[in-house]
Design a protein around this ligand. Structure first.
Ligand code: NDP
Length: 296
């Protein structure tokens, strides 16, 4: 079997186009422009690239982008004061603090200072609790993107066996909650899981969010399963820098029914879902109907 390739790049382009169309209508009919504030503390090169991409994507869909670049020495009080100002600013509907923060700053404290209604990353403890109890929340972007692709591919996910490898707060756990919300039978695997291959092989839906290059190989995949590879790993092969996922693509694709590639799978969906979340937050803040198909 050769798996169908789930084209995250094309899917994300469609999501962004949908968001842009919705934003244009909001502007024309209500005079409202959704706004996203991104806060970057320090000079981490990868974070700088992410923030630059987020800014460009925000502008591209017609939203306002507010960038706040602070020095690596910024103190906690100063950062919290900025978040308070953004919380109070009616032009700002979404707030994202780029992680990781410099070591002297308490990320949990900072994230939990964001108004949960503006927490477009979905990391605030209130949003985590709302998602965990099946209530309306802001949903973390990467798992939301995975869910959208899975719904698009399968229609209903009810009754499917889903295995999520990885239990981080930003990917693994919310992914598992979302799959449970769509009535999958969910297993979460992690570094202490016994016989990971056997656990993975039971999955109709296998989500890899491990951070280990090409760890999930074809012999761990059930024939016909849908494989979602969240991993982004920079490796060197044959003297060249290369981006690979947590799944060994060639061997998994020869067994799976469908698979997301790296790059071009989950990655592009993350920014698209950030824009979708900002639009959702803006609609909720203004008491307007939420865009269909762009939330969990
Ligand atoms: P974390 O490092 O926070 O979590 C990794 C998880 O994998 C942990 O729960 C860990 O288990 C588990 N794990 C580690 N080794 C093994 C193993 N040998 N067997 C089974 N489980 C294992 O990573 P993240 O969740 O933040 O990210 C995961 C991957 O997704 C990374 O490659 C990251 O770059 C990528 N990513 C991609 C995004 C995108 O936009 N596409 C966004 C965010 C992340 P334990 O808890 O027991 O330690």
């Amino acid at each position: 079997m050769t798996a169908k390739v789930i084209d995250g790049k094309a899917f994300a382009a469609n999501v962004r186009a949908e968001v842009a169309a919705h934003v244009a209508r909001l502007k024309a009919e209500k005079g409202i422009t959704p706004g996203l504030a991104v806060v970057l503390v320090g000079e981490d090169p990868a974070s700088k690239v992410y923030v630059k991409n987020k800014h460009a994507s925000t502008i591209e869909v017609g939203m306002e982008s507010f960038e706040h670049r602070l020095s690596a020495e910024t103190g906690e009080a100063e950062l919290l004061a900025l978040i308070d100002r953004l919380n109070a600013d009616p032009a700002v509907h979404g707030i994202l603090v780029q992680l990781p923060l410099p070591k002297h700053l308490d990320a949990e404290l900072v994230i939990n200072r964001i108004d949960p209604a503006k927490d477009v990353d979905g990391f605030h403890i209130s949003n985590v609790g709302l998602l965990g109890t099946g209530q309306k929340s802001m949903v973390p972007c990467t798992p939301l993107g995975c869910l959208m692709m899975l719904r698009d591919h399968h229609g209903s996910l009810a009754g499917m066996n889903a295995v999520v490898v990885g239990r981080s707060n930003i990917v693994g756990k919310p992914m598992a909650q979302l799959l449970l919300g769509d009535s999958c039978t969910v297993t979460i695997a992690h570094s202490r899981t016994k016989d990971l291959a056997e656990v993975c092989k039971r999955a109709d839906i296998l989500v890899a969010a491990v951070g280990r290059p090409e760890m999930i190989t074809g012999d761990m995949v059930k024939p016909g399963a849908t494989v979602i590879d969240v991993g982004i790993n920079r490796i060197e092969r044959d003297g060249k820098a290369k981006l690979v996922g947590d799944v060994h693509y060639e061997s998994a694709a020869s067994v799976a029914g469908a698979i997301t590639p790296v790059p071009g799978g989950v990655g592009p969906m993350t920014i698209a879902c950030l824009l979708a979340n900002t639009l959702t937050a803006c609609c909720r803040a203004n008491g307007l109907a939420e865009p269909k198909g762009l939330t969990a």
